[in-house]
Design a protein around this ligand. Sequence first.
Ligand SMILES: C[C@@](CO)(OP(=O)(O)O)[C@H](O)COP(=O)(O)OP(=O)(O)OC[C@H]1O[C@@H](n2ccc(N)nc2=O)[C@H](O)[C@@H]1O
Ligand SMILES: Nc1ncnc2c1ncn2[C@@H]1O[C@H](COP(=O)(O)OP(=O)(O)O)[C@@H](O)[C@H]1O
Length: 291
Amino acid sequence: MSLTETAHAKINLYLHVTGKRPDGYHLLDSLAVFSDAADRLTYEASDAPLNLTLAGPFGDKLASEASDDNLVMRAARLLADGTDARLRGRLVLEKNLPVASGIGGGSADAAATLRLLDRAWNLNTSRARLLDLAEKLGADVPVCLVQRATRMRGIGEQLDPAPDLPPCGLLLVNSGDAVSTPAVFKARNAAFSPDATLPDSWPDVATMAHDLARLSNDLEPPARALCPNISLVLDTIAALPGCRLARMSGSGATCFGLFDTAQAAQKAAEILHKHAGQWWIHAGSLLQTAL
Ligand SMILES: C[C@@](CO)(OP(=O)(O)O)[C@H](O)COP(=O)(O)OP(=O)(O)OC[C@H]1O[C@@H](n2ccc(N)nc2=O)[C@H](O)[C@@H]1O
Ligand SMILES: Nc1ncnc2c1ncn2[C@@H]1O[C@H](COP(=O)(O)OP(=O)(O)O)[C@@H](O)[C@H]1O
């Protein structure tokens, strides 16, 4: 028996840092959406102790860390804890998303593990418990569990409906620089931002981009200071024909461009490929479903 789950990249269309908790975690207001770019996690039943094989273009980047520390294995252990599930079987993670890059790849993998093993081991875990486990694994894991466009507040655990999104082309670009999330939060020195005011829906990409342009990713300035290549990537995306908005996602360094269609994003990627040798580039679209 073999089962697969897809772990889609999370993009923060805007990210306001609205406060700070006494434990050092920051309060956020962010619109998290999902790209068609994804990691893939496969489970095969076997009697061997649960083990993880890393594959795909970015598998090597994670192979240097002990596989027991991988968020996939941590999620599996947490899910099994307190149940009669036996930690057996073989997991293969096809790592297509760059690591430590602001698109929540590790969080998406952890969330995919919860969904996949809950099915594989017939646990029928309640949604509330899955969300609780997700929160224990990381601030971004609850939204990745839901894997739909969602307004995310608190430290990431408070999930509210997002505006209805128009069909939208999406270009993702990463210069190959890994950026540490705690380091970016630590380097932030601006005042806190207010919560955003959002409509119920956006009729088209132009209107959405116009509204988003008035909001910000508050982690962009500290991330640019730590990783100057981000500025180069943002300027490059903004100059591509048809780009409606260029912004960094999460704590970086991945940046995105919004386009009217997936075809327009693809055309922009073709131009970019000619000039940007080693950059990771993905052209596609936003996933449509909203919370
Ligand atoms: C910044 C965001 C925005 O979506 O995305 P990424 O850049 O990771 O994709 C997330 O909040 C990241 O979530 P996640 O990567 O799960 O964070 P965690 O592992 O829980 O925390 C890593 C570290 O980031 C800081 N952190 C994280 C979340 C938050 N709301 N406030 C924080 O201050 C803390 O220093 C924490 O120790
Ligand atoms: N399956 C995984 N995929 C990516 N990173 C992982 C994974 N498991 C553990 N990690 C660790 O989590 C850190 C954050 O990774 P990631 O979720 O890709 O960052 P971001 O949320 O900024 O995109 C990495 O530095 C890596 O060491």
